[in-house]
Write a protein that binds this ligand. Structure first.
Ligand code: ATP
Ligand code: SKM
Ligand code: MG
Length: 195
């Protein structure tokens, strides 16, 4: 697997509570990679919690800092990056994410709700109807998440270890498909010349 990945970063995307942090940490052990969480970096850089940041500086300022953090991670290799749930919203972020392999953890709103019940650290869920809010956000974001290289559907019975091993199984299939495309593209001019 490490030979196949050649040190490229893995970017985990998905809704808040999808398991990016939990599964990301498991993946680093398996791959000998380092773990980075963009939300944690933002918290450190800003010197305040995500909730405080949203309340005092607003979501737009958060998104700007999030992009800045992501852009700096591209310079590094062998990282598993757990991204913030909304990282997919900015087009420019996709340019950074595409430096590595993008893995979408797709979890139903009902399962997310179960996991996040009582959690007060996600500002976008401080709402009268958090399940309805989750459903709404997922509907808006699905087309963006679906642009990932790998989609992993996570069911209620999948443990974090199972999710990790599903990801590790899927990665070679996309990497091989990509290298096939590249070799076909580079062999094309040659064939043209012979014709
Ligand atoms: N496969 C799983 N099955 C059951 N619970 C899980 C699974 N993966 C993660 N969890 C639990 O769900 C909660 C959210 O997980 P985690 O913090 O890893 O999500 P996240 O995607 O990093 O969220 P955020 O975007 O808000 O940082 C945690 O309590 C975690 O223990
Ligand atoms: O889904 C979102 O927009 C967010 C998810 C979290 O990871 C944090 O980045 C923040 O709470 C915003
Ligand atoms: Mg997280």
């Amino acid at each position: 697997m490490n030979d196949l990945l050649r040190g490229i970063n893995l970017y985990l995307i998905g809704m808040m509570g999808a398991g990016k942090t939990t599964v990301g940490k498991l993946l680093t052990k398996q791959l000998g990679y380092r773990f980075i969480d963009t939300d944690e970096v933002i918290t450190q850089v800003a010197g305040q919690s995500i909730n405080q940041f949203f309340a005092e500086q607003g979501e737009e300022a958060f998104r700007t800092l999030e992009s800045q953090v992501l852009s700096e991670l591209c310079a590094h290799q062998r990282l598993v990056v757990a991204t913030g749930g909304g990282i997919i919203l900015k087009r420019t972020n996709w340019g950074y994410l595409r430096h590595g392999l993008i893995v979408w953890l797709d979890v139903s709103p009902e399962d997310l709700y179960q996991r996040l019940q009582g959690d007060t650290t996600r500002p976008l869920l401080q709402h009268d109807n958090p399940l309805g809010r989750l459903q709404e956000i997922i509907e808006q974001r699905k087309p963006f998440y679906a642009e990932a290289d790998v989609k992993v559907t996570v069911t209620q019975d999948d443990t974090p270890e199972q999710v990790m091993s599903n990801i590790l199984e899927l990665i070679p299939t996309v990497l091989k498909a990509a290298s096939k495309k590249t070799s076909q593209a580079t062999s094309q001019p040659f064939e043209d010349e012979q014709n």
